[in-house]
Write a protein that binds this ligand. Structure first.
Ligand code: ATP
Ligand code: MG
Length: 236
């Protein structure tokens, strides 16, 4: 057991010949949450892939709840308590909503019944196939599938991207309640900083594969010059 949920030290990952992330060092205490910000192509998704075990560490170390997971496979990290909502959602076209939840379920408070209460839109579509869902419903399913694994840490990759404003409002409220009411730790990748900084207590900004800013979210929220320079899109 450790006071730290996740500790990343000097992490380097890449694709073929290229290095996507380097010298990545940060940690998140238990119960903490982190907004991961930056423009297109700076390495945000690559960092989540590396934390989930889908992209191999070329250098450095990742510890989860005090246990070194640097070389652990993804399924082992899921069992240890990390779940991931991928940027592309990745719902299976030939499985029903029910089946998606059934295959991902692990023991814990998030059961299928509770998730259907939490996401009534999904309950109404429980027999629909993955390819017979709207974009918003697919995103809800991707979140529900991650929650039913009963994680301690949820990795969310641009969960609001490309969705209609009415669905964005529902999902913002869902993610907010996961952190504030259910005490879940999240790492939330966003290009729009306002939402992420309001929900998460800490933040990081990536630029060309490196951390260029790290602070409590309240500090960055007050520093609009840094937001404009390193993130770009600002509504606050
Ligand atoms: N499968 C891949 N093969 C080769 N290079 C990749 C691959 N995936 C990503 N990259 C490269 O790694 C870098 C980081 O990409 P990544 O997808 O992590 O960025 P991102 O911050 O999530 O971008 P976006 O905001 O567009 O989702 C980019 O230069 C990208 O071109
Ligand atoms: Mg991405």
């Amino acid at each position: 057991m450790s006071d730290w949920l996740i500790q990343v030290e000097q992490l380097r990952v890449g694709y073929d010949e290229s290095v996507a992330l380097d010298e990545i060092t940060f940690s998140l205490p238990k119960g903490g949450s982190l907004a991961l910000l930056g423009r297109n192509g700076v390495g945000k998704s690559s960092l989540l892939l590396a934390l989930m075990g889908h992209l191999k560490a070329r250098k450095g170390r990742i510890a989860f709840d005090g246990v070194d997971i640097t070389t652990s496979k993804a399924h082992k990290r899921t069992a240890q308590g990390i779940a991931w909502v991928p940027q592309e959602r990745e719902c299976f076209p030939s499985l029903t909503v029910d089946e998606h939840l059934m295959i991902a379920a692990r023991p814990g408070p998030w059961t299928q019944e509770r998730l259907y209460d939490y996401f009534p839109n999904l309950a109404a579509r429980k027999n629909n196939l993955g390819n017979a869902l709207s974009g918003g419903e697919q995103q809800m399913l991707a979140i529900a599938r991650a929650l039913i694994a009963n994680p301690q840490l949820l990795l969310l990759d641009e969960p609001l991207e490309g969705l209609a404003p009415v669905i964005v409002e529902v999902l913002e409220e869902t993610i907010r309640s996961l952190v504030s009411e259910h005490g879940l730790s999240i790492i939330l990748v966003e290009q729009h900083p306002e939402f992420a900084l309001n929900i998460c207590d800490q933040c990081l900004i990536l630029e060309r594969g490196k951390i260029v800013h790290s602070s409590p979210s309240s500090v960055l929220m007050a520093d609009t010059d840094t937001i404009d320079r390193l993130v770009g899109i600002r509504v606050i």
